[in-house]
Write a protein that binds this ligand. Structure first.
Ligand SMILES: *Cc1c(COP(=O)(O)O)cnc(C)c1O
Length: 244
């Protein structure tokens, strides 16, 4: 049962790595420039353990409660392995304190109020001995101007970046993240994102990450300079209708 899951995920991982390599070749880039984040949301901690056994070091979740429990269960299953857990979903300020306990990185920072809450939460977690390093953060940019899907409008990224930079002891600004608009060709959206990422790097040279591309559009994202693809279904299978 477990061995079968291991084999299943191993072949899915090989296929995803092939896709990343082919997209990098097509774009004249090196595959080492593109980090693979395995999105484990809705899947059990045992799947996260299988991914870690296969060499995956970066795991991503989109809900605090599920992630906190999974990270704890993972630590029980693989006490000697310490993956980096990434938050990629919409985050309410009242969850910041919990996220500061389990996350290495939050990719979905889209407002000054959330950035402030995360910085204070990191400071509190630090004082409580629950973490010993700053939180890496990415600004989630909106590519569809739909407030319900989250993200900071592109023309406000600069102001938010300056705000995050002021929390330098607790937050490290690493770059930009975005989700392609629903039901449209992701190319033009990724092109705008890529322009915004270059602009951000001019002011904040450490903000070199561009997190874009999921199971369905990672090739296009890599073509537009993505340095981090977030892949769920192509690694672990479908999440079913009820899942986000
Ligand atoms: C679920 C999710 C992903 C992974 O999507 P797949 O299509 O399953 O690869 C990537 N990014 C975010 C923000 C997600 O919520």
């Amino acid at each position: 049962m477990t061995a079968r899951r291991h084999d299943e995920v191993a072949s899915a991982l090989a296929a995803v790595r092939d896709r990343v390599a082919a997209a990098c070749r097509a774009a004249g880039r090196s595959p080492e420039e593109v980090r693979l984040l395995a999105v484990t949301k809705t899947f059990p901690a045992s799947d996260a353990a299988v991914l870690a056994d296969l060499g995956i070091t970066d795991l991503a979740e989109n809900r605090d409660q599920e992630a906190a429990a999974k990270a704890r269960e993972f630590a029980r299953l693989r006490p000697d392995v310490a993956p980096r857990w990434h938050m990629v979903g919409r985050l309410q300020r009242n969850k910041a304190r919990s996220v500061a306990r389990w996350a290495s990185e939050v990719q979905s920072v889209d407002s000054a109020r959330l950035a402030d809450a995360l910085a204070k939460a990191v400071r509190a977690a630090w004082d409580a001995g629950e973490r010993d390093r700053p939180l890496d953060v990415l600004i989630q940019a909106s590519l569809d101007d739909d407030p319900d899907r989250g993200g900071c409008p592109l023309d406000q990224v600069r102001e938010l970046a300056d705000r995050i930079a002021r929390w330098g002891d607790f937050l490290h600004l690493r770059g930009l993240m975005a989700v392609a608009p629903l039901g449209a060709d992701p190319g033009p959206a990724f092109a705008r994102l890529s322009g915004a990422a270059q602009e951000l790097r001019r002011e904040h040279p450490g903000a070199t990450d561009l997190s874009a591309g999921m199971s369905g559009d990672l090739e296009q994202a890599i073509g537009y300079g993505s340095t981090c693809v977030r892949v769920g279904t192509a690694l672990l299978g479908g999440r079913g209708l009820a899942s986000p």
